[in-house]
Design a protein around this ligand. Structure first.
Ligand SMILES: Nc1ncnc2c1ncn2[C@@H]1O[C@H](COP(=O)(O)OP(=O)(O)O)[C@@H](O)[C@H]1O
Ligand SMILES: [Mg+2]
Length: 310
C-alpha cells in the first residue's frame, strides 16, 4: 500500500508495432498537483487513459486512490474526475442541461443539481449562453463547459488533460484559480499541459515525459537548478548563421537554436565560456549583435530533457 493518490510503476503500452509507453513511473502524493509535461505524441494522453481505466496497459501496474486500475475499475472511477482532451458534452443539449445531466449521474438531487449547474455556469462565464444548445458554442466555450462538467462533483482525484489548450487568457486564469481552490480543498490533480508557464505556476512537481518514458521528475525550482545556473543568449546579426553557430558551439545538450529569433542559447559552464564562445564565432565570421545572460526557465528544462531521443 501507499499513501500516494496516484502511483504508476513501469507502465508499458503499444499500439500495433508502435511502443508508446516504455515504463512510465509516476507518483502523485495526496493533495498535490503533478504536471505531466511533454511534446506532442510523447504519451501523456495514453498515460491518463490508463490511469482513468479507459485503456488497459500491456505491462506495469498502477493504483489510483489506493485501487488497482486494472482490477478495481469501478472503485477507481468512483474516486476520480476526468477532463479528456476531447470534449465529452452533448451537442444537442444546452449548457445547463449538460451540467444538470452530469450532476444527475453523480447522484446529486434535482435541487442540488440545479444549484451546482447554475454556480458552475456563472463561474465559467457561461451564464448568458446557459440555455443555448452546445452546437452553437465556440471552441473556448465548449472547453469551459467540459471543465465545468468534470467539476460537478468535487472529485478526490482529478485528471486534467490539456485543460487550457484553446482557452483565451482570461478563461485560463479563471481555470487556474479553480485549480488552486481544488488543491486547497484537498483534491489531488494530475494535469497534462504544453504550457510551461502553467506547470511552473501550479505544480508541486513536474514530470517530463519523452518517448514514453519519464525523463525528469522534480519540483519546478529543482528542475531549473538541474539544467544549470545561467543561460547565455546570443542574438546573431543574420538568421542564416544560426545553424552554423549551432554546429560550431556543440555542447552536451545544446545549444538551443531559434532561427526566427536569430538566437542561440547555451548553458553557461563557467566564466571563461563567454570569451571562448565569442572567439569561436568571430573565427567563423559569425556576427553577434547582442549578448544576454539570464536565469534558466522551464523552457530550458523542456528543451534539455526532450532534445535527444533517450
Ligand atoms: N488508439 C491509438 N491507436 C494507435 N496509436 C495511438 C492511439 N492512441 C495514441 N496513439 C499514438 O501514441 C502516441 C502517443 O499519443 P498520446 O498519448 O496521445 O500523446 P500526447 O497526449 O503526449 O500527445 C502517438 O504517436 C499517437 O499517435
Ligand atoms: Mg494528449
Amino acid at each position: 500500500m501507499t499513501d500516494a493518490a496516484i502511483h504508476a510503476r513501469g507502465l508499458g503500452k503499444s499500439f500495433g508495432a508502435t511502443r508508446v509507453l516504455n515504463g512510465v513511473e509516476l507518483t502523485v502524493p495526496t493533495g498535490s498537483l503533478l504536471a505531466l509535461l511533454g511534446p506532442n505524441g510523447s504519451g501523456k494522453t495514453t498515460t491518463v487513459r490508463i490511469l482513468t481505466t479507459l485503456l488497459a496497459a500491456d505491462s506495469g501496474t498502477a493504483t489510483v486512490g489506493g485501487h488497482d486500475v486494472a482490477r478495481e475499475g469501478v472503485a477507481v472511477r468512483r474516486s476520480i474526475g476526468l477532463t479528456a482532451q476531447q470534449a465529452t458534452v452533448d451537442d444537442l443539449l444546452t449548457g445547463r442541461e449538460n451540467l444538470e445531466l452530469f450532476a444527475g449521474l453523480h447522484h446529486l438531487g434535482r435541487r442540488e443539481a440545479r444549484r451546482r449547474a447554475a454556480e458552475l455556469l456563472e463561474r465559467f462565464d457561461l451564464g448568458a449562453a446557459a440555455n443555448r444548445r452546445v452546437s452553437t458554442y465556440s471552441g473556448g466555450m465548449r472547453r469551459r463547459l467540459d471543465l465545468a462538467a468534470s467539476m460537478v462533483a468535487v472529485p478526490r482525484i482529478l485528471f486534467l488533460d490539456e485543460p487550457t489548450t484553446g482557452l483565451d487568457p482570461r478563461s485560463r486564469a479563471e481555470l487556474w484559480s479553480v485549480i488552486r481552490e481544488l488543491l486547497a480543498s484537498g483534491t489531488t490533480i494530475l494535469l497534462t499541459t504544453q504550457y510551461l508557464e502553467e506547470a511552473d505556476r501550479l505544480a508541486d512537481r513536474i514530470a517530463v515525459i519523452n518517448n514514453g518514458r519519464v525523463v525528469a521528475d522534480d519540483t519546478p525550482a529543482a528542475l531549473k537548478r538541474q539544467v544549470g545556473a545561467e543561460r547565455l543568449v546570443l542574438h546573431l546579426s543574420r538568421a542564416e548563421d544560426v545553424s552554423r553557430a549551432g554546429a560550431v558551439l556543440v555542447t552536451g545538450t545544446g545549444p538551443h537554436l531559434d532561427a526566427d529569433a536569430r538566437e542561440v542559447t547555451l548553458a553557461m559552464q563557467g566564466p571563461d565560456q563567454l570569451r571562448h564562445t565569442l572567439n569561436l564565432l568571430d573565427r567563423e565570421g559569425i556576427a553577434v549583435e547582442r549578448v544576454e545572460l539570464r536565469s534558466p526557465t522551464l523552457d530550458d528544462v523542456f528543451f534539455e530533457f526532450t532534445a535527444v531521443a533517450v
